[in-house]
Design a protein around this ligand. Structure first.
Ligand code: ATP
Ligand code: MG
Ligand code: MG
Length: 588
């Protein structure tokens, strides 16, 4: 961020507001938009764009439109439209918007569709033709490409031989394109700018091409579809968007964005574009095109599973290993965790890659203060307390360290204790290395969290030599206190008499470190982490038996967890996802 704490986007908006806003006739002094193409599910990068566009609008008392940029009939599906709305609303929960607190949607009014502006855009195109600023080009696609120039030798462009057609002829041909009289690819409506322009995007860019596919909303009404560069500024202008914020790859297109708005005589308002660096997360594959390769793809009514999905890498778009918004949400990250990440990365005009550790640190920071402390044993090893024959309750254990059970009994729970327990297998080592202070040699001691110090008496093994049980004694004076003369290590445990079986899923990065550049013949699918989801048959304390979706836990000494959807859908299965591990340095 900037030295004074304001981002360059904030300064930009504030400078406009200081002048009284972009323009007097605009209702909104700040109107931004989030314009996803409905061709896939949103991912972690989109979350940043959502935070920026909705966040800035909200900060300056403005609004943000949710606009489906559905100008390409080939790739868009209604299926994604619903999912995207749900995901945007979920991410925006972190912004604490007043209108959302009252049950409203985060966006201004209804959701918007670029396809609703097809007629207006068509009229804008006609206006440009009439002013001699656009023409129908009948070159073949190969000629169009070749005559653009550029390339390694930076060739100048060559004017099309159709460039000087009369206005009348252009109007007639454009109408014929829309009437379906010309084949796909045979004609192109192009802006008449400059075939020698140093910015390749300005070399008579295409405005309209012919497409015969059915559009997910307008059906077969249109045979010509606007190109992104022409459409985007038009869409912004039609809506009265004041600040059109996009990612850096469009920096080179800004001249064109401006050209279309400045050259059309019937443009209803004048928006401006500014670019910021997209969020790239180390090791993450977020591109929708690539995601389709390893997730379920639902196409029309038929579920088509990609090759890779059939090999079982992920189960769907909400698989908790994916960095789709749905995957992140299912894993147990909260919208506030995404906001913490977006704020932490900040707004920059230079591209960079965010380290995975940083992302985890933000998610952890969000969960730390609100996660209920619980005991869960991921790799259970039986312990018998040989000198203990009662059962007792240990009361008044609070969910969070700073809470007090005496002033607020609602945050307190009770643990039960018996002679039969489970501890984590890693808290015993037959041949402990130096500096190992848990159970190892006969006579070694640990303190059980919220309970007694126990001392190892005997190790039981099966025929194969696997340790199956530890027999221990206990020190009755230590239940509620550390012994005065020694400071044994504290470990977690559960009572075998009333603990519950649960599947605990350790979510690790979906991809192993990838070389950059990628070696010849390899692609990201060769780097799938086979341990991206490790399933543990865990034993968890009784209080974890009735989770609610919003619950977040710190399994003490293990990490931060959330109940998985499988807890709530039939057949119900008690299962928890590890959102993030504990900090590396944390007590092990
Ligand atoms: P992808 O191809 O990765 O799925 P996209 O840019 O094609 O992304 P859109 O649906 O067009 O996806 O994106 C909607 C908005 O989100 C755009 O304004 C785009 O700039 C922004 N956006 C997309 N990816 C990122 C990212 N990684 N970081 C920040 N903003 C992003
Ligand atoms: Mg896009
Ligand atoms: Mg895309």
């Amino acid at each position: 961020g900037a030295p004074d704490g304001r981002s360059f986007l904030e300064k930009w908006i504030e400078a406009d507001l200081a002048k009284g806003g972009r323009c007097e006739k605009l209702k909104e002094k700040v109107l931004t938009r989030f314009p996803p193409e409905p061709n896939g599910y949103l991912h972690i990068g989109h979350a940043k764009s959502i935070m920026i566009n909705f966040g800035l609008a909200y900060k300056y008392g403005g609004q943000c439109n949710l606009r489906f940029d559905d100008t390409n009939p080939d790739t868009e599906e209604t299926e994604y439209v619903e999912a995207i709305q749900e995901d945007v609303a979920w991410v925006c929960q972190a912004l604490n918007m007043e209108k959302m607190k009252k049950g409203g949607k985060p966006w201004k009014d209804e959701v918007l569709y670029a396809s609703d502006y097809f007629q207006q855009m068509y009229d804008f195109a006609i206006d440009l033709i009439k002013h001699g600023k656009a023409y129908v080009d009948s070159q073949t696609p190969e000629e169009v490409q070749k005559n653009r120039g550029g390339g390694p030798n930076n060739l100048p462009g060559v004017d099309s031989k159709f460039r000087n057609r009369s206005v009348e002829e252009n109007l007639k041909l454009f109408q014929e394109m829309q009437d379906g009289k010309h084949a796909e690819g045979s004609q192109l409506l192009r802006a008449k700018i400059d075939m020698q322009h140093p910015n390749m995007n300005m070399r008579d860019p295409p405005m309209y091409r012919i497409r015969f596919s059915s559009h997910h909303r307008s059906g077969d009404k249109w045979k010509v579809y606007p190109m992104y560069d022409f459409a985007h500024g038009n869409e912004d202008a039609i809506e009265g968007v004041t600040h059109s914020i996009c990612t850096l790859e469009f920096e080179n297109h800004r001249a064109l964005y401006d050209w279309f708005l400045d050259n059309c005589s019937i443009i209803p308002s004048r928006p401006y574009q500014k670019e910021f660096a997209r969020l790239e997360v180390q090791g993450a594959v977020t591109s929708k095109r690539k995601l389709l390769r390893y997730s379920i793809r639902s196409h029309k009514d038929q579920i088509v599973q990609s090759l890779v999905e059939q090999e079982g890498h992920v189960s769907g778009w909400d698989d908790s290993r994916l960095l789709t918004i749905r995957g992140i949400r299912r894993r147990g990250v909260r919208p506030q965790g995404l906001k913490c990440m977006a704020d932490g990365v900040g707004v920059s005009d230079r591209n960079s890659t965010t380290p995975w550790d940083f992302v985890e640190e933000c998610w952890r920071e969000d969960l730390e203060p609100i996660s209920k402390r619980r005991l869960a044993v991921l790799d259970p090893l039986e312990v018998e307390i040989v000198d203990y024959n009662k059962e007792e309750l240990i009361e008044g254990i609070t969910d969070l360290p700073e809470q007090s059970a005496s002033s607020d009994p609602s945050c307190a729970r009770t643990l039960s204790f018996s002679k039969s327990l489970f501890i984590d297998r890693s808290d015993y080592q037959e041949n402990p290395p130096e500096g190992y202070f848990r159970l190892g040699a006969i006579g070694s001691e640990v303190k059980l969290r919220h309970s007694y110090v126990i001392k190892l008496k005997e190790v039981i093994k099966d025929k194969s030599g696997t340790v199956t049980k530890l027999k221990c004694s206990h020190d009755p004076a230590t239940r509620d206190t550390m012994p005065a003369d020694r400071k044994p290590k504290v470990i977690h445990w559960v009572n075998a008499k009333d603990c519950l079986d649960a599947e605990v899923r350790l979510i690790n990065p979906l991809f192993l470190a990838m070389p950059d550049p990628m070696p010849e013949g390899k692609d990201f699918l060769d780097y799938i982490n086979p341990e991206a989801m490790v399933r543990c048959a865990a034993k968890v304390e009784k209080a974890l038996g009735k989770p609610v979706l919003e619950d977040r836990y710190q399994f003490e000494r293990v990490g931060y967890f959330a109940p998985d959807y499988d807890c709530f859908s039939e057949p119900k299965k008690l299962s928890f996802n590890r959102v993030v591990p504990l900090k590396e340095s944390a007590d092990k």
